[in-house]
Design a protein around this ligand. Structure first.
Ligand code: C5P
Length: 219
């Protein structure tokens, strides 16, 4: 492990999209590339943490020195997160978890016909909220991707999910998703910090340092 302020700590991150099957060949997913979560995993590793990355499907290489567990659905992500968070001190939810899954995925490929078709969907579990619930002493950091009222929505999630910190970014109109740069507004109970537009690697270094700082200052 690298030397640094997070030495001796285990950080677990979720990253990337989830995929919710419709049938054996189709799924529902989203535009998350996983880049922000992967960059943050590398940054926490460089700050001395042992890092486990629980990743939905991405095209990214595993950062050096980071352990990676691949998952597909939100249900998989939940199971591995609850398991791996058991011996962690820091948990970061950077995954873009699908909010809904298909009620009854078909066993065989669905055949088309001329009629319209609809899919019945159910709500997925909230992974980060479940992890917080199970492990009250964990330092939990969430992300929020918003198209409007960034601070208000991010602070709402910070409180509702009982997070220690939330990193919020504007999305839509070509911002953040599947790009190499990003800007973040970070909120916690007693304060906030702006991390202005920069490469995701640079933003991840600043966010990693801020996480180390706030972890050190936790009650
Ligand atoms: O509510 P919203 O999806 O905007 O919250 C975003 C945060 O919650 C992110 O940290 C994301 O990883 C996490 N999340 C989760 N499980 C869900 C939905 C979101 O862990 N089902």
């Amino acid at each position: 492990f690298a030397d640094g302020p997070l030495r001796g700590l285990h950080a677990v991150l979720t990253a990337g999209p989830t995929r919710e099957p419709i049938d054996p060949v189709r799924y529902i997913s989203n535009r998350s590339s996983g880049k922000m979560g992967y960059a943050l995993a590398a940054s926490l590793q460089a700050l001395g943490a042992r890092v486990t990355l629980i990743s939905g499907p991405t095209n990214l290489p595993t950062p050096a020195g980071v352990a990676r567990v691949d998952v597909e659905t939100a249900a998989d992500l939940l199971e591995h997160s609850l398991q791996l968070a058991a011996d962690a001190q820091i948990f970061i939810g950077a995954a873009a978890v699908a909010d809904y899954r298909v009620d009854a995925p078909a066993d065989e490929k669905i055949k088309k016909n001329d009629a319209a078709m609809s899919l019945a969907l159910s709500r997925n579990p909230d992974v980060i909220a479940a992890v917080r619930e199970r492990y009250p002493d964990l330092f939990v950091v969430g992300f929020a991707a918003e198209t409007e009222k960034l601070a208000e929505h991010a602070r709402g999630k910070l409180e509702r999910k009982k997070l220690d910190m939330i990193a919020a970014n504007w999305v839509g109109r070509g911002r953040a998703f599947d790009r190499d740069d990003n800007a973040l507004s970070v909120f916690w109970a007693g304060g906030e910090r702006e991390l202005p537009q920069a490469s995701k690697a640079a933003i991840a270094r600043d966010l990693g340092a801020l996480i180390a700082e706030r972890y050190g200052a936790r009650a």
